[in-house]
Design a protein around this ligand. Structure first.
Ligand code: F6P
Length: 322
């Protein structure tokens, strides 16, 4: 390889910067030039590629967001636009590409690898941790901790006013973030898209715990992906049962902030490993984590299968508050 490129795409996640740094520094150490593509696939189509040096990634390991910027690019779903993208890369002598992002971004990476002789390696970058083939994703740990920090604060006021709080967390269509946050926050209840929610039961449970003196303020963590507006409907249901709950939607706060130590190490390792895999001749793969080790997974299966929420972990989330 003479030159490779790197881009971040889709919803940003804390840790994308150390991942970019890992790619850039590992490639430069091997004497390979690296282009940073601005604003994901949109920037690629616009030809916005900038040659990076070691100092381009100086002082970013601790910064949230992504210095390369990110975007969700509808145009990249069209094969003719992907052909344009390949040509833009070839004109610059780029033979390898590292794509850091979630499901949609990795789908784009797979198409590029399939339709050209470009070597493409994906890295899982999303706070949702919903990528098949990897136990962990860049940004998940930080997002869990950000939500916990918020919920710990909410508990203070919940307890002063003896109120229940419904706290909505992100996660798109999956309940990974909600389940982890629920367990770590000691939530009274966790509602996820993967399992049915029994609204009446929820109300009864909270009233029961108030009556028995166990708790007059509870935290219910609700994953955003269950169905739109559910968090407010649950609050309404509790109101009808005589409670006076409050709703707090954590939203994009979960996407920002300094990456945790865990995410910095994960992102740095995956970034450097992406370059090693390219040099070893791999393409059309994602580099992820399995049982603590770094593994490669064909992008084809990454985008084809849905990662299942561990039922034991979800049961644990419901069990421990009892
Ligand atoms: O995939 C990351 C994520 O933050 C999801 O949890 C959320 O549903 C979505 O992105 C929000 O996207 P946007 O920033 O485009 O509103």
């Amino acid at each position: 390889f003479d030159a490779i490129a790197v881009l971040t795409s889709g919803g940003d996640s804390p840790g994308m910067n150390p991942a970019v740094r890992g790619v850039v520094r590992a490639a430069l150490n091997q004497g390979i030039s690296v282009y940073g593509i601005q604003k994901g696939y949109s920037g690629l189509l616009a030809g916005d590629l900038r040659l990076m040096t070691s100092s381009s990634v100086r002082n970013i390991v601790q910064r949230g967001g992504t210095i390369l910027k990110s975007d969700r690019c509808e145009a990249f779903k069209q094969p003719e636009n992907r052909r344009t993208a390949v040509q833009i890369l070839k004109d610059k002598g780029i033979q390898g590409l590292v794509v850091i992002g979630g499901d949609g971004s990795l789908t784009g990476a797979h198409c590029l690898a399939e339709e050209s002789d470009l070597a493409v390696v994906g890295l899982p970058g999303t706070i949702d941790n919903d990528i098949f083939g990897t136990d962990d994703t860049i940004g998940f740990d930080t997002a869990v901790n950000t939500a916990l920090d918020a919920i710990d604060k909410i508990r203070d006021t919940a307890s002063s006013h003896e109120r229940h709080f419904l706290v909505e967390v992100m996660g798109r269509n999956s309940g990974f973030l909600a389940t982890h946050v629920g367990i770590a926050a000691g939530a009274e209840m966790v509602v996820v898209p993967e399992y049915e929610v029994h609204i009446e039961q929820l109300g009864q449970q909270l009233s029961e715990s108030r009556r028995s003196g166990k708790g007059s303020s509870g935290i219910i963590v609700v994953a955003e992906g269950r169905d739109p507006g559910l968090t407010y409907r649950l609050a309404e249901q509790l109101r009808q049962q005589g409670e006076d709950p409050r709703v707090c939607i954590l939203g994009h706060i979960q996407r920002g902030g300094q990456p945790s130590g865990h995410d910095r190490v994960l992102a740095s390792s995956l970034g450097a490993m992406a370059v090693s895999y390219l040099l070893a001749g791999y393409s059309d793969i994602m580099v992820g984590v399995d049982a603590g080790g770094i593994v490669e997974v064909p992008l084809d299966s990454v985008i084809r299968y849905r990662k299942g929420l561990d039922p034991h972990l979800f049961e644990l989330a419901l069990l421990l508050h009892k």
